[in-house]
Design a protein. Structure first.
Length: 486
């Protein structure tokens, strides 16, 4: 097996390795999550569990995918830069680099592996430390080119540990790109996050387990989401029916001339994901819709927002919200977006202003600079309320916004990836934003939550050099560690 996992230490100021998120889908249960984080912040860093906290100090940590990075002289082998949260926010002085070249993980970097092509986080062994789950979707498995592999690196009190496992599809197939889509969620409600992995038109599920780090080849259960005669375009996790079990939200496409899409939900249960969908499936005009999951109206059940960057679909299918109910998504009464038309595409749902309602981050990587250069990028936050999403009080940020370091440049692709998490431990979701083309190598911007939402005050911009990671054409920031939506 050419695939592997390896932790490259490059650790500064006390971090000993690399890891990810520890709370299941951090897009769901906004009210409970923020209340818990606020209580933890008041009591001190070690009081309780924070989503995305690799080292258990009460602050979320960040993994930055750089799938085009050069490792051991191998172009586009790929890596993940890791930096840790602190009271002042993301602390780039404490960092490490995770790749297939480091100590403790099987395998070696190869040209074109694209390690870091997807990065999600979850506590898969239930020890209270977030673990990182990383895909190398172009990894060759034997003679099967671009078959794909997945690596899990485990968190610890010192940061990412040197414990890691790597695995591939039970049937490695050329060009299958195993792991191109990833999601985590506690589908069987046993207190450990499970991993959902795209495998062409099916999903392989690895159940979390206390001994997972000692399991070289974990057992996988195959489920077939609805409408996946072709392939999968989106995987997300959330508790749609409010029963305490994470559910898997999928978008698949039919292999036909129309390339129609299907939005469906596979429910969690005590035995894991069920193969029978929860409620009705939703037919989409075409497959390339993103399903973003979170609790917008604060009722304890996760909702789904659908969006696409394509302009030839019906307008009312953009930013359409399907409410979560005890029976599944309310497909008969979707909430149609009535506000101002939004450029870009729905990216994440998270409670940024701490009011118990998840807010929607819309990424517009095509936004122009003031002098007309394309693809500089912008993000807009639409507030969630008990009456669903609104553009009243919406916030838009670019690299030209007040307090934000840097300036807009053409082709930065600011907003390509976003990661909401509580990086400074104040109980509110901050936002990390990837700009993978900035200065050719890529960069990440962090914005912190204030009393009324995000603010440019205290924001920071950093690149691979700041984490001691390889720089040249790395696409640093193309992926950011999240718990669900891809």
């Amino acid at each position: 097996m050419a695939a592997g996992a390896a932790v490259v230490a490059a650790v500064a100021a006390g971090a000993s390795a690399v890891g990810t998120d520890g709370d299941g889908p951090d897009q769901s249960s906004a009210k409970a999550a923020n209340a818990a984080n606020a209580a933890n912040a008041a009591k001190g860093p070690n009081a309780g569990k924070t989503a995305g906290d690799i080292d258990g100090d009460g602050y979320a940590d960040l993994g930055v995918g750089a799938p085009d990075g050069t490792v051991s002289g191998k172009s586009k082998a790929g890596y993940v830069g890791v930096t840790y949260g602190a009271k002042s926010g993301v602390d780039t002085g404490r960092h490490s680099t995770l790749s297939q070249a480091g100590k403790g993980v099987p395998g070696t970097p190869e040209a074109g592996d694209h390690f870091g092509s997807a990065v999600v986080r979850g506590d898969v062994d239930g020890d209270g430390y977030t673990d990182l789950v990383v895909a190398a979707n172009y990894e060759a498995i034997g003679k099967a080119k671009r078959a794909g592999s997945v690596t899990v690196v485990f968190g610890s009190k010192d940061g990412l540990s040197s414990d890691a496992i790597a695995f591939h599809s039970p049937k490695a197939t050329a060009y299958a790109q195993f792991g191109d889509q990833l999601a985590v969620g506690d589908y069987n409600h046993d207190g450990r996050d499970d991993i959902a992995i795209s495998d062409q038109g099916k999903v392989q599920v690895v159940n979390g387990a206390a001994n997972l780090r000692d399991t070289a080849t974990p057992k996988m259960t195959t489920v077939a989401p609805p409408g996946t005669e072709g392939d999968l375009d989106s995987l997300s996790s959330g508790d749609i029916n409010g029963d305490g079990f994470s559910d898997l939200v999928t978008v698949g496409w039919q292999d036909d001339g129309a390339d129609e899409g299907t939005l469906g939900v596979l429910p969690g249960s005590s035995t894991g994901l069920k193969s029978k969908p929860l409620g009705k499936n939703v037919m989409l005009p075409f497959s390339s819709y993103r399903a973003v999951v979170g609790d917008i109206n604060g009722d304890g059940k996760d909702d789904v927002v659908t969006d696409t960057s394509f302009e030839d679909g019906p307008e009312d299918a953009r930013l359409r919200t399907f409410p979560g109910t005890a029976k599944g998504l309310d497909t008969d009464n979707p909430v149609i977006w009535k506000g101002k038309k939004q450029a870009g595409i729905a990216a994440r749902l998270s409670d940024i202003n701490g009011d118990g309602h998840d807010d929607l981050v819309v990424s517009d990587t095509g936004a122009e600079t003031s002098d007309g250069y394309n693809d500089a990028g912008a993000i807009t936050v639409l507030k969630g309320t008990k009456n669903w999403l609104t553009d009243e009080g919406a916030q838009t940020f670019t690299l030209d916004s007040e307090g934000v370091p840097g300036s807009m440049e053409g082709n930065d692709k600011f907003g390509e990836a976003v990661s909401p998490a509580d990086y400074n431990g104040d109980g509110k979701s901050d936002l990390a934003i990837g700009a993978p083309n900035r200065a050719k190598n890529g960069a990440v911007v962090t914005l912190y939550a204030g009393a009324d939402g995000l603010t440019g005050k205290g924001s920071a911009l950093f690149g691979p050099k700041d984490l001691g990671s390889p720089e040249t054409d790395a696409a640093f920031g193309q992926e950011l560690s999240n718990s669900a939506t891809k």
